[in-house]
Design a protein around this ligand. Structure first.
Ligand code: ARG
Length: 397
């Protein structure tokens, strides 16, 4: 029996892929795999239900804890930042594809993978790369990209075949959600001069509606891993969930940027990433306390390179491994506590401490004599010697 595994979110694109797989590609057996990386419960349940109505064999894989530990935590350690975006959608793609490949492996005799990515986005690169890397011999089909269907055509096609699709007001926006963030695109947001309406946000309050009282949170990190909130030890999954609540309530984590996609297309993106913004802010502050100036300068470059690889979905790239060797070596000292202050859409670092702090209060203090200032005279004289010679040369011509 011709069998396909469909990487299935339950949204319009991937739902339409079920009848397409049968009608256009002749698969008799369609297996849908939905990977739970922290999207809303209803989405997971709806996906399962729709798949069943359409006669697919459905699997839901709960990957939340693994996603938190092996994807979100490394993103914290690398201060994940691509053009101001903490890479929430990007880092979920490799694990989604890997889990789908895993199901295919278990089932055996799978002829093809099907995914719902369009030809304009980044996800086609990320998903296919991972599927192809894990199972190089299985064919990959992208019906949305091949058929170049518009949203209206998809809705029409779905209606004709009795495909159950939601037509709520929600659906004017294209939303992608996981533990690390929520992305909102489409509709009028495609116009960069359109101000995002309050209704697009679900995880964050507006700064106006945020509590009038600031909230202080003490975050403990060990080797660059967030391990406790206000003294309470937590696994990455529950810590991220708790942080999403706190930061979101105070209106922290809204991001509105122009983003350069992999194919070179510029798009307007809106995100809500409360935990990501808060945790990365804290992590950066702790790195600044324990790293030398040279280490921090180099770390910025490593982080940028890491973000580019993560954005491209190249999760198994050898360069990513070598970068992480450096990143993890530095993390050995990123242990300590950071106090964050949440207030009216802002998060600020208000205190930090670490036993690895490369900081000597006595030396830095204005009120201390352990550092003999008079010894500095010679070093100051030599400062900028070439620049001084150059300046004189220019004056004399
Ligand atoms: N531009 C982001 C990325 O490529 C997120 C895209 C999310 N998709 C959506 N339908 N909202 O990582």
């Amino acid at each position: 029996m011709k069998t396909a595994v469909l990487v299935y979110s339950g949204g319009l694109d991937t739902t339409v892929c079920i009848p397409l797989a049968r009608e256009q590609y002749g698969f008799q057996r369609v297996i849908t795999v939905t990977v739970d990386v922290g999207q809303p419960r209803e989405d997971i349940e709806d996906a399962a239900e729709r798949a069943k109505i359409l006669g697919a064999e459905h699997y839901t894989v709960d990957a939340k804890a693994e996603f938190a530990r092996d994807y979100c935590v490394p993103a914290v350690q690398a201060n994940a930042n691509y053009q101001g975006y903490p890479l929430s959608t990007s880092i979920a793609r490799p694990i989604i594809a890997a889990k789908a490949a895993h199901v295919a492996e278990q089932i055996g005799e799978v002829d093809a993978f099907i995914h719902g990515c369009t030809g304009k986005g980044n996800d086609q690169f990320r998903i296919e790369y991972m599927l192809r890397t894990m199972m190089p011999r299985v064919e990959i089909i992208a019906p949305m990209r091949e058929h170049n269907m518009t949203r209206a055509e998809e809705v029409e096609y779905a209606r004709e075949r009795g495909v159950p699709i939601q037509q709520s007001a929600e659906k004017i926006w294209s939303i992608d959600e996981n533990l690390w963030g929520r992305s909102i695109e489409g509709g009028r947001l495609e116009d960069p001069s359109f101000i995002p309406p309050e209704e697009i946000f679900r995880w964050t309050r507006s700064a106006n509606d945020a509590p009038e009282e600031p909230r202080l949170v003490e975050l403990r990190l060990e080797q660059g891993v967030p391990v406790a909130l206000d003294g309470q030890a937590m696994e990455p999954l529950s810590l991220i969930q708790a942080m999403n609540e706190i930061a979101g309530q105070h209106g922290v984590g809204r991001i509105d940027i122009m983003e350069d996609r992999m194919i070179g297309l510029k798009v307007r993106e809106n995100y809500e990433c409360p935990a990501a913004v808060a945790l990365i802010t804290a992590h950066r502050a702790l790195e600044a306390l324990v790293g030398t100036r040279d280490e921090l300068k180099f770390k910025e470059q490593a982080d940028r390179a890491w973000a580019e690889l993560a954005y491209a979905g190249l999760w198994l790239d050898p360069f990513k491994e070598t970068l992480e060797a450096f990143i993890l070596k530095l993390q050995e000292r990123v242990t300590g506590t950071v106090t964050l202050r949440f207030f009216k859409g802002q998060v600020a670092v208000v205190a930090r401490e670490s036993r690895w702090a490369l900081y000597d209060q006595a030396m830095a203090s204005f009120d201390d004599k352990t550092f003999d200032q008079s010894e500095m005279a010679g070093a100051v004289k030599a400062h900028g010697l070439p620049a001084r010679l150059y300046y004189q040369l220019k004056q004399s011509r």
